[in-house]
Ligand binder design. Structure first.
Ligand code: NAD
Length: 485
């Protein structure tokens, strides 16, 4: 290591959507920035091993499913021929293009992108071990401010830690090296259901085991209902309130023993198993103990509203700084931290962080949820618009959706929005705007929405609130002290 340390105003550790958004904004604000990550280009888990590759595969799954279901309205395609090598190459091409683009954007902004791993020497200095693919060696970097954006990794469970190529985590499952005949998905959360959907569309018999009594625990049951019905069709089995207690590799697969309400009496053999039981924050940054940065009980770095840690020169953002572990939350936190560093009077205080589960149908929500309203014993009115009454949903042959608004009965402010249905992930952005802008139900009702589109379901849910929806006749019930339908 050379004795002379290079220096920067802002050092960002980790180049995922949190880290690169922070570094790019810092450069735009005229600060000298270094962005450190082992990968060849910025992107992080989201672009290399998460959101982007999984959404590419989910798009392929959707094409397959739509082609199969077109028989419903008289169009019968022959069985698809799936070229896995080509599908994988296309998905990898998407990742390469996007990460390459980010590398270029970093260069254009004169962000010093350092390919390597950072360790803290103290609260003002990093030691950076250059990645072998880069120049190699180790160097020091003095910083005025550091932003820790090291993300998260898949959680593991000792009883499920079988070291075998048959047992996949979310990263290896994205490689789709083959289409197994049978797959057990452990964990009915975001990843389990999204990747389970991909494998089922490719032709695998997928079984899901979830330890809680419903899929996507914590998400409004109202929204999970229509998804659950469809999952019953595409998955061979869904075992709720059930756990895997033992896995053993055998010649033809993995023998799995279950325990719980819906556990099969005998162990079952699966060709492959995907373990998706949550993620853990990457808060063990080497040398962190040489600073005052504090890590809480659940492993998240403790931060304030400015995303500053207990060490005044160090900030933390994204998955490592707390839930929800979502890319768009990380980017906004990163931009907040940088603005604070630049001396702007800002704080991270969103009213609505949207969440989207990219299953088929998609589930999306933002702001207050019905579960949360019940938990907090808050009186809200819930206005639901069933997609069976939407012309657009019918023309898409997808009438199973629901759009609902949670409205404060006194002020008539929209507090939360929940949507289940095809394309819900795109539609929720209007809900975010409504909640953040403190829109009233009447604002949403009076905003003219284009016809025929699914976006009309948001407007008509607001009409339902006033008992005046054109396409729904249903008097509104108000339940005091808890969420009412
Ligand atoms: P998750 O928390 O969404 O789901 C994990 C599920 O596993 C839970 O339902 C849990 O009850 C269950 N579980 C835990 N232990 C179990 C056991 N022993 N047996 C059976 N079930 C068990 O976690 P995930 O799906 O791994 O995803 C991790 C995180 O990644 C998510 O919370 C989310 O923040 C993020 N993510 C987001 C998206 C998106 O935005 N669309 C997609 C993928 C991942």
């Amino acid at each position: 290591m050379s004795d002379k340390a290079a220096s920067t105003q802002v050092a960002v550790i980790g180049a995922g959507p949190g880290g690169y958004a922070a570094a790019f904004l810092a450069a735009d604000l005229g600060l000298k920035v270094a962005l450190i990550d082992p990968e060849v280009n910025p992107g992080g888990v989201c672009l290399y091993r998460g959101c982007i590759p999984s959404k590419a595969l989910l798009h392929a799954a959707r094409v397959l499913t739509e082609a199969r279901e077109a028989a419903h309205f008289g169009i019968d395609f022959a069985a698809p021929k799936i070229d896995l090598d080509k599908l994988r190459a296309w998905k990898e091409g998407v990742v390469t293009k996007l990460t390459g683009g980010l590398g270029l954007l970093a260069k254009q902004r004169a962000v010093d992108y350092i390919r390597g791993e950072a360790a803290f020497l103290d609260a003002r200095t990093l030691a950076i071990k250059r990645a072998p693919g880069g120049q190699g060696g180790e160097e020091r970097l003095a910083f005025e401010h550091a932003i820790i954006a090291t993300g998260s990794r898949p959680a593991t469970i000792p009883s499920l830690s079988l070291s075998s190529p048959r047992v996949m985590d979310s990263t290896s499952a994205l490689d789709i090296t083959d289409v197994p005949k049978t797959l057990l998905v452990v964990g009915g959360g975001y990843i389990g259901l999204e990747l389970g959907t991909v494998y089922a569309a490719l032709g695998t018999r997928v079984a899901v085991v979830e330890m809680m009594d419903g899929l996507l625990p914590g998400v409004d049951r109202d929204l999970v209902g229509p998804l659950g019905k469809r999952m019953e069709k595409i998955f061979a089995a869904t075992m709720l309130s059930t756990k895997v207690v033992e896995m053993k590799e055998e010649k033809d697969g993995v023998r799995v023993r279950f325990e719980g309400a819906q556990a099969p009496a005998e162990p079952q053999v699966f060709e492959k198993v995907l373990v998706a039981v949550g993620r853990k924050p990457n808060s063990r940054v080497p040398g962190l103990e040489k600073t005052k940065v504090a890590v809480g009980e659940r492993g998240f770095i403790t931060v304030d509203l400015h995303r500053r840690t207990a060490e005044p020169s160090i900030y933390a953002i994204g998955d490592v700084a707390g839930e929800p572990m979502l890319a768009h939350k990380a980017s906004h936190e990163g931009r907040t931290a940088v603005e604070v560093i630049a001396g702007h009077k800002v704080a991270f205080e969103p009213q609505a962080i949207p969440a989207v589960v990219f299953t088929d149908p998609e589930i999306a929500w933002c702001g207050l949820t019905e579960e949360q309203a019940k938990r907090e014993n808050r009186t809200v009115r819930v206005a639901r618009f069933p997609w069976g009454a939407s012309g657009r949903a019918m023309t898409l042959d997808r009438p199973e959706g629901v759009t609902k608004l949670l409205v404060d009965p006194e002020s008539e402010r929209v507090l939360g929005v929940g949507i289940v249905g095809s394309g819900a992930g795109e539609l929720i952005a209007e809900g975010v705007l409504a909640v953040e802008m403190a829109a009233l139900a009447s604002d949403v009702k009076l905003s003219i929405h284009p016809h025929p589109t699914l976006s009309e379901t948001v407007m008509e849910a607001a009409e339902v609130f006033f008992g005046q929806s054109t396409h729904v006749y249903r008097p509104l019930k108000v339940v005091q002290g808890r969420a009412g339908l």
